[in-house]
Write a protein that binds this ligand. Structure first.
Ligand code: BG6
Length: 485
């Protein structure tokens, strides 16, 4: 086959926590992302030090009491909750035929455990979804993109408690019941491997409270796998044409050299950081290398009789992942390190890095698509991909040729993967409207083809502007990925 198949889905992705703002409006409860602290006055070193790991017991307590929005940027996001009607018009103008967003659990169940859902939260998402459908967009909905009601942690101790599986399942069933007529694709969890690479975001764990962080993160992952499988099972029982997917952050890992030890190391890294999570969700069972991996990492988790059956009964219908960078595997302790990857890694001399140090690798996208499809033989989606960069607004435009180059190179590789025979169904570029960065909590790290006039301190008009990449991506979508000039 030449080019993308007819009906290929082109769109953009955002998450509630990073976009919505209006943190205490519409009956919404406080979430774990609303508590993440950022100081706009931090210099680069302080920003680096605080990214991804910036939750401590002290900060948590302080944040619970604070009404401040400047130091808690997820509380303002890009003001999407207040401007969603205008935003949907812009999304439609872009021509996208799929929209990936997440539902904020705390807009539906403010503390996570109420008996009845919050009507205002349901009404917000219904209107948003109906407007998107009216514009011809399919909906790709993440049910949990890190922002968990704070009550799930304060009352239940987070994902380490099995009781949270029931609360999550009640929330999941509410979404299927309320929005099953509108949503086309469901993702129970964003990047389910985050419990490993970012224990606070992924598993709600605060480092200074953990004696054995590694075991705790895998215990939480076990409960999330069960919740994921039970959500898949519920969707299969409740919905007419359910499509429920798995999702990870994919860290493609190349051997640093053809030294056999490096090749073996890359297999282990792939298994431990990527495939472990997708294997459980796609195959419905823990993979054969689990015991060895747990032994090497010193992990001990508790399971119950019946867990294996739950996993086996909840295999996902498709697989998706975010793809931003590739990694290098080596057994050489002196191999040079790369600065800023989402997960700290080794330097690849063949790749250039973004302003935030992420090693950009378009060909790696083709590699990962081939490997994922070969392993699972199920439909794939690229749920996230994009370039975080500093943009300058000049005369109402942003001349972001660097972002166009990035998108072009990645889309070209996706096209080659499709021609390789991969069953790729869609592409939702990340942060297609500027939003607060998940890792660094900055507004300055922009991904969008739509610029939002707000800075790191939350100052600005929040007006939306189309970047050069908006017009480029529109042409790409219109031509089904043929016109990439
Ligand atoms: C993914 C997350 O890991 O990466 C998104 O699902 C996030 O929420 C994206 O925004 C890009 O990362 P960052 O740290 O640049 O925002």
């Amino acid at each position: 086959m030449k080019g993308f198949p007819k009906g290929f889905l082109w769109g953009g992705a955002i998450s509630a926590a990073q976009a919505e703002g209006s943190w205490n409006a519409g009956g919404k409860g406080l979430t774990t992302q609303d508590l993440r602290y950022f100081d706009p006055a931090w210099d680069k070193a302080a920003r680096d030090e605080n990214r991804n790991i910036n939750m401590t017991s002290e900060r948590w307590e302080e944040a619970l009491r604070s009404e401040d929005t400047v130091h808690y940027p997820f509380r303002h996001g890009c003001d999407h909750y207040a401007r969603y009607k205008e935003d949907v018009e812009l999304f439609a103008e872009l021509g996208m035929n799929v929209f990936r967003t997440s539902v904020c659990w705390a807009r539906i169940f403010p503390s996570g455990d109420e008996a009845e859902p919050n009507a205002e939260g349901l009404a917000f998402y219904r209107d948003l979804f109906e407007r998107c459908k009216a514009k011809g967009m399919k909906l790709f909905v993440t049910m949990l993109h890190y922002d968990t009601p704070v009550g799930i942690v304060t009352k239940y101790g987070g994902w380490r408690n099995r009781k949270v599986i029931d609360l999550y399942l009640n929330y999941a069933k509410t979404l299927f019941r309320e929005f099953g007529d509108l949503v086309d694709f469901w993702l129970p969890f964003n990047e389910i491997n985050a419990s490993r690479f970012n224990p606070y975001n992924g598993a709600l764990l605060i480092k200074d409270q953990e004696e054995d962080l590694m075991s705790a993160s895998f215990q939480c992952a076990h409960h999330q796998f069960l919740a994921n499988a039970l959500a898949v099972k519920a969707a299969h029982e409740m919905l007419d044409s359910p499509m429920v997917g798995g999702m990870i952050a994919r860290f493609e890992s190349y051997p640093a050299t053809c030294r056999p030890e490096d090749v073996m190391q890359s297999i282990l890294d792939e298994n431990y950081k990527n495939y472990f999570y997708t294997d459980v969700m796609a195959r419905g069972a823990y993979p054969s290398y689990t015991a060895k991996m747990f032994e090497e990492l010193g992990v001990k988790i508790e399971t119950l009789p019946g867990d294996d059956e739950i996993l086996a009964q909840g295999k996902v219908d498709f697989m998706s992942y975010s793809y931003y960078m590739s990694m290098v595997s080596s057994t050489d302790p002196n191999h040079e390190r790369a600065g800023g990857n989402l997960v700290n890694g080794l330097r690849n001399p063949y790749l250039k890095a973004s302003d935030w140090g992420w090693q950009l690798d378009p060909v790696g996208l083709r590699v990962s698509l081939n490997q994922m499809y070969d392993r699972y033989q199920m439909p794939l989606f690229i749920a996230e991909n994009g370039l975080g960069a500093v943009d300058v607004l000049e005369d109402g435009r942003v001349h972001d040729s660097y972002r166009i180059d990035y998108l072009r190179q990645h889309i070209e590789q996706m096209k080659l993967a499709v021609e390789d025979g991969v069953d790729l169904r869609g592409y939702t570029m990340w942060g297609f409207i500027d939003l607060v960065s998940c890792g660094t909590i900055e507004m300055k790290k922009r991904y969008g083809v739509i610029y939002v006039d707000a800075d790191d301190a939350g100052n600005g008009t929040y007006e939306r502007y189309k970047k050069d990449s908006f017009y480029w991506y529109k042409k790409c979508i219109e031509s089904n990925g043929e016109d990439l000039k």
